[in-house]
Design a protein around this ligand. Sequence first.
Ligand SMILES: N[C@@H](Cc1c[nH]c[nH+]1)C(=O)O
Length: 393
Amino acid sequence: MNREEQWLLPEGVEEILPERAAVIEGLRRRLLDLYTRWGYELVFPPLIEFLESLLNGAGRDLEIETFKLTDQLSGRMMGVRADITPQVARIDAHSLRRKGPSRLCYCSTALRTRIGLPGASRIPYQIGVELFGHDGIESDAEVISLMLATLAEAGADDVTLELGHVGIYRALVRAAGLTDADEAVLRGIYLRKARTELDAFFSERALPEPAARALAALPWLAGEDALAQGRVLLATASAEALAVLEQLAELVARVRATHPQVAIHLDLGELRGYHYHTGSLFAAYRNGVSEPLAKGGRYDHIGEVFGRARPATGFSADLKLLVACQGTAVQPGGILAPAGSDAALLAEIARLRAAGERVVQALPGADNLPAELRCDRELVFVEQRWQLHSLSS
Ligand SMILES: N[C@@H](Cc1c[nH]c[nH+]1)C(=O)O
């Protein structure tokens, strides 16, 4: 970013110019068509809402990420959404109130107060799906399959799927009898994977064994042997945590069976994401890139505050990151038509457009440069008829 851009736009706020906009829009259309074919219905949650309803049940992380402002009409505090998932959960619980499962999808911009990685955007163009009303690995598996289909459509074929389950951590926290305050400290340490802090945390507190030992080991249970090691670790620590691990094992087996080509990485100590996640967690990483391309998980309680607790699972991705996986897009060419209002010319332009061609009509007195206008052909009147001539040579 040069000095002038820094002066014009705040950090993490960018504009998208025609070439990139065309690629993003192309992918947006293809993905929304994909979700429609899977039975997901499109919704448009509002850009801005009263803070209470926007953040209800969504957790503290999201509150910090949310831009707040005062509504001049009501005098109440409003927030600009930092994540669309809780809004869609509200639509399901409060506005739709369906009996059976609801499958919803969305694609809109969100706004965040903070920047994740240096150079990242604060305005993600969030696309995703949410599936409400089913509690079980089948719905998680469906959402994971659709997430992988999304990445394939975006051209990201070298992804690793990371799987975890916050239920293991939560069960162990209960077994160890941690207070909310201690749990918040521990969560921070888990997210940073800070080993010495973790050791200090447990040596400063007399917590019941073997749950405490299991909590101290969990952040490093990852990779190939995570399931086997987890079974040993949890066998004596918490029957509840062990049962959750078996659910995760079943989900892994299912995804392996349906997507044998996808590399799976297990991480039992992963707590990534917002506080609202309650069950399985999934994320897709590109090799060597630390920011996930898409992420999601189960969150069964958000709807509760809107009068209806519905099981829920879903994923989202930032379209701006997804398009980075695509090679440079082949820009469609176009036809440069001469200026004029002659009826035959206008009819020919209309005919070409109706046939799906991109036709740009020259404006009199302007430099109608074919390269700038991305035109590779021109419409010329030769031998008493309108003809197309190549401009590329
Ligand atoms: N919205 C979540 C991902 C998610 C979608 N559905 C459930 N979880 C995020 O951005 O991290």
